[in-house]
Ligand binder design. Structure first.
Ligand code: MLT
Length: 386
């Protein structure tokens, strides 16, 4: 049985995907793959046997994807698998921004022991907890991945005026969006005059700190920000200053840092966006299927550091070649295959942003020395016969 190492707890539903061919283990010397949730892998050295890493979630900022690409380790994520769970947390957060529900609940609890006076005390004291509605308010959705799209549509259904920005808007994104979501062409255009902002972008160099003093100034006075994406998207000191001045009303963050705690106007949630049994099951099953597909066929689905590539099985053997270059050295690879005395039945090669992947169906079983030959070709990160 092949071992798959888990660096975080993973839903037991994974066993249905793995059957009796793979075993999820907490320790292994030679795992074929790794499943991870939020474990920070930047300082972690994977065993030489590791072919791929499956992230049970969408964000991959805890994984050194480029470094792994150089070693020929394919990193997968599970886009959409936890989207509904995160959407529901965002909707709750939006409502918590307007209504003073949490302090109201805390106050109601404090009335314990007042017997028949509780009812009158509630009616007398409730005016301290009056809060506004979201109906008709303008919300900017930054990022239209699976979560951003669900949030945008739900906000339309709740009667909000929804604008959204994504760097590129593919037809499939447009098709899934409610036509009442207004698409704008830049982040600056998005935030101008918004009452709410909801963040749904990955943490990258060009998104880090996108909420800062300059961008907050463009929001309507008394606006609120919901961040169920990653804490570092926001300059927390600028947000605290804007809360103190009254420019911002609330900041809800699902990734609180020490600086965000104990501050008036910040509602810290302990990273619960994807913490539902449904989302955990969906992520485990999707990550498990991606891992099995890659180990058994070399087909790549939902990778963040290699291009997606699939080829129907055929021939006597499958050869997988992963390249840490976009200039595929096809002639050299084909030359090595020919030198090994095997023919190619069919093949596919795909280029990504910085890497490429090629799959070959071979007409006969090749000697393992072919792998060693291929791995001497500059740009070939890993070759594998299946
Ligand atoms: C995600 O990136 O999808 C979430 O952070 C998943 C999680 O909670 O592990």
């Amino acid at each position: 049985m092949k071992e798959v190492l888990r660096l975080n707890p993973i839903s037991p539903l994974i066993d249905k995907v793995f059957g009796d061919k793979y075993k999820l283990v907490a320790e292994s010397e030679a795992p074929v793959g790794i499943l991870v949730r939020s474990f920070k892998m930047h300082e972690y050295e994977p065993a030489k046997s590791v072919l791929c890493v499956g992230r049970a979630g969408a964000g991959v900022n805890n994984i050194p994807c480029d470094k792994y690409a150089e070693k020929g380790i394919v990193v997968f994520n599970t886009p959409g698998a936890n989207a509904n769970a995160v959407k529901e947390l965002v909707l709750l957060s939006l409502l918590l921004c307007g209504r003073k529900i949490i302090p109201g609940i805390e106050w109601a609890q404090s009335l314990k022991g007042q017997g028949a006076d509780v009812g009158p005390a509630v009616e007398k004291g409730k005016s301290k907890f009056v809060g506004g509605e979201i109906l008709g308010k303008k919300i900017g959705i930054y990022g239209l991945g699976a979560i951003g799209r669900l949030v945008a549509n739900a906000c339309v259904a709740l009667g909000m005026d929804v604008v959204a920005y994504n760097r590129t808007v593919r037809e499939e994104i447009k098709a899934e969006l409610d036509p009442r979501v207004k698409l704008v062409g830049s982040f600056d255009e998005l935030i101008e005059g918004c009452d709410y902002i909801s963040l749904h972008v990955a943490l990258k160099d060009n998104t880090r700190g996108c909420i800062n003093a300059e961008t907050i100034a463009k929001l309507n006075d008394g606006a609120s920000i919901v961040n169920a994406a990653r804490g570092e998207l926001v300059n927390i000191e600028d947000v605290k200053a804007a809360l103190a001045s009254g420019k911002l009303n609330r900041y809800v963050v699902d990734f609180p840092s020490d600086e965000a705690l104990g501050c008036d106007g910040i509602i810290p949630i302990p990273h619960l966006g994807a913490s539902t049994p449904e989302a955990e099951d969906n992520c485990a099953v999707m990550a498990g299927k991606e891992l099995v597909e890659f180990v058994e066929s070399g087909n790549i689905v939902n990778s963040v550091n290699y291009p997606n590539v699939s080829l129907a099985k055929g021939g006597a053997q499958r050869l997988v070649v992963l390249l840490n270059t976009v200039e595929c050295p096809c002639d050299a690879v084909k030359g090595a295959i020919a030198k090994a005395g095997v023919g190619v039945v069919d093949s596919i090669c795909k280029q990504g942003k910085a890497t490429s992947a090629a799959l070959f169906n071979l007409d006969k079983v090749a000697d393992e020395s072919l792998v060693a030959d291929l791995e001497t070709i500059p740009g070939v990160a890993k070759a594998r016969l299946i």
